[in-house]
Write a protein that binds this ligand. Structure first.
Ligand code: SDX
Length: 436
């Protein structure tokens, strides 16, 4: 059995090194021993955007990008989407095991009884402009929650940590609904503890003059499945942000505000909003070939396609696409759906996309469902942030519990100017900005 290691020769010195391989990786710090002399800092690994760097050991979510596999704590996403509900999946992600009946009852009770926010939250929500983007409002509101719970700074205490996790899972839908109602100029609708997690969210969004809001069962279940599919996704951009911000030991509210900010970007959670804008811009099936040509010339991106990890169909996209039909039966068919289906049909047979392994990701079809459910496009990334809260918190908790983790502080390769002396402003050469 050959040793699980690398034997590396540094040709600058002729020295050889034995570097152990563990779990399919080497420790980057093992490179530092390779030096050209006592003054040499040692070898670094250069990896912009961490395309080949494992930043942590995690036991939460497993993705196999080539085989299109996604599992939460070992359970396939397909089984969870079919048989579970969001709060049960959130419990699984956060605690590592599916809950017993007693554990589930306690978890649901705790979350249900923490959905309210301090009345002062309404005051700063009202301070936003009438057309403020919901993600900007959500990002601010999540960070603002830290000012209502100063004890959250004690993230090292398990009891304190658990309470903040319950508060964030419970209050994210409330903040999201408040942002939505603000954008419509409607009064805020308060939580209804008789309803499910998703039913109550629909209540806070859409309740008007009825005494008690009754959620549509098909839409309630559709949100459950969509929330399950978006709950976690290992070390994606926003999770990396939460881990990095959280590594300074700031409270989880501020760490998650960093995650919301990262998710807002059009290359990440903002992609579902960008997909709808792209489909609307294409306008009809007949315009799809011309758009594909634009993408292939590099002038545009096919939003909702491609993934850093999945080099096969995103398993979540498969489930969402199948679920779209059920939603459209109780809403109104989305006129943009035929355009999306034609885009997918052409892209899946065009070598430009096939050679780059670009397949529909979770964002390609989710926006069509959200739009059919009556959400404005600005709410789409918010609908991603709500369920991802449990994933972010599980990852934050794992980071805080990991004895190997410390404050995230990467190195750099400095290729800037060498040492030079200050020059008085009157003596600087305009062209070069240096002394004449
Ligand atoms: C999410 O990481 C996660 O897990 C994220 C997520 C989660 O659950 O947290 O799954 C959620 O963010 C899904 C991704 C949503 N984003 C989009 O749909 C935006 C469109 N997609 C791309 O911008 C892109 O595919 C990324 C950002 C998703 C991935 O980019 P990578 O891995 O950095 O790949 P790349 O940009 O290096 O692309 C490789 C090649 C390039 O072409 P060449 O330079 O080789 O000629 O593929 C091309 C890219 O130009 N390409 C695309 C494309 N995506 C990549 N070309 C056209 N349209 C696209 N969408």
């Amino acid at each position: 059995m050959t040793a699980s290691s690398l034997t590396v020769t540094d040709n600058r010195t002729g020295k050889s090194y034995e570097i152990p391989i563990t779990n399919g990786a080497i420790r980057a710090m093992d490179l530092r021993q390779m030096r050209t002399g006592p003054e040499d800092f040692g070898l670094l690994a250069y990896d912009p955007a961490f395309t080949n760097t494992a930043s942590c050991i995690s036991r939460i979510t497993e993705i196999d990008g080539d085989r299109g596999i996604l599992r939460y704590r070992g359970y396939p996403i397909e089984e969870l989407a079919e048989r579970s509900n969001y709060l049960e999946v959130a419990y699984l992600i956060l605690n590592g095991e599916l809950p017993t009946i007693a554990q589930m009852d306690e978890w649901v009770y705790e979350v249900t009884h923490h959905t309210w926010v301090h009345e002062n939250v309404k005051k700063f929500m009202d301070g936003f402009h009438h057309d403020a983007h919901a993600m900007g409002m959500l990002c601010s509101a999540v960070a603002a929650l830290s000012t209502f719970y100063p004890e959250a700074k004690n993230g090292g205490d398990p009891g304190t940590r658990k309470l903040q996790i319950v508060r964030l899972v419970a209050k994210m839908p409330t903040l999201a609904a408040f942002a939505y109602r603000h954008s419509l100029g409607m009064p805020y609708a308060y939580p209804d503890n008789d309803l499910s997690y998703t039913g109550n969210f629909l209540n806070m969004l859409f309740k008007t003059t009825e005494v008690k809001y009754q959620p549509n069962a098909t839409l309630e279940r559709a949100l459950e499945v969509l929330f399950i599919l978006h709950a976690d996704h290992e070390q994606n951009c926003s999770t990396n942000a939460v881990r990095s911000v959280g590594s300074s030991q700031v409270d989880p509210y501020c760490a998650l505000a960093g995650g919301v900010a990262a998710l807002y970007g059009p290359l990440h959670g903002g992609a579902n909003e960008a997909v709808l804008r792209m489909l609307a811009e294409i306008g009809s099936k007949d315009h799809v070939p011309a758009f594909i040509k634009e993408v292939k010339s590099g002038k545009d991106k096919l939003m909702g396609f491609g993934h850093r990890v999945y080099k096969n169909y995103d398993p979540r996209a498969t489930i969402i696409k199948r679920m779209a039909d059920e939603v459209f039966e109780v809403t109104r068919p989305n006129p943009l759906l035929p355009i999306a289906l034609e885009l997918e049909r052409i892209a899946l047979q065009d070598d430009y996309f096939v050679s780059r392994k670009l397949y529909p990701n979770v964002d390609f079809y989710s926006g069509l469902i959200y739009q059919a459910m009556g959400f404005p496009v600005e709410m789409f990334p918010v609908l991603f942030a709500i369920p991802r809260t449990s994933g972010w918190l599980a990852q934050w908790q794992e980071m805080r519990n990991d004895p190997e983790q410390k404050i995230a502080r990467p190195r750099q390769l400095y290729l800037g100017a060498g040492k030079r002396s200050y020059v008085e402003i009157g003596k600087r050469d305009e062209e070069s900005g240096t002394d004449g």
